[in-house]
Design a protein. Structure first.
Length: 170
């Protein structure tokens, strides 16, 4: 089973369909399929071509990885800038969330309204509705208050992190 996975893996790493890989090896697509499921062996010419492709891919990967590593080492500012951009994005998202909270109802006002209405009504159903609404509004108010404080804290922490990074940059 491991051999089958390796056979398919090379083709997938190269991003090649069975049809194209078969053309590359000079065989039929059905033979590729049977080879990948260990039902048939490849002809000698196809094995030789497969080995060449596999070796070329391994060599290319080694060069690619070495180049990537050198690029990262020679451009540390790229990662640094990515970190700054990520923090700035987080800050913008937190600020948007904070603005959304400002669009929510004024819970103090709605709670006061239902409390006032509760005092005025004698209808038991209306009283029950007012009591439940007041309870729900108080829970929501407390939840929003906690969320607002958490977002403000997040923004403060992000601002501090950005300050530190900007000092390092200069």
């Amino acid at each position: 089973m491991a051999r089958v996975k390796n056979k398919i893996n090379l083709r997938n790493q190269l991003g090649v369909s069975q049809d194209h890989f078969a053309l590359w090896l000079g065989i039929s697509r059905s033979l590729i399929s049977m080879h990948e499921t260990n039902q048939r062996s490849l002809p000698t010419d196809a094995v030789f071509k497969y080995s060449q492709i596999h070796l070329a891919w391994q060599n290319f990967e080694a060069i690619w990885e070495a180049t990537e590593k050198r690029t990262e080492e020679s451009h540390p500012s790229r990662k640094f800038l990515q970190k700054i951009r990520k923090l700035q994005s987080k800050k913008v998202l937190a600020e948007i969330e904070l603005e959304k909270l400002d669009d929510l109802p004024d819970y103090a006002k709605t709670i006061a309204f239902f409390t006032h209405y509760l005092e005025q009504t004698t209808n038991e159903t209306e009283q029950l509705i007012c009591q439940l609404t007041i309870r729900d509004q108080e829970k929501e108010r407390d939840h929003v208050r906690k969320k607002r404080e958490a977002l403000k804290t997040d923004i403060e922490l992000i601002n501090r992190q950005l300050e530190v990074l900007e000092k390092k940059q200069s």
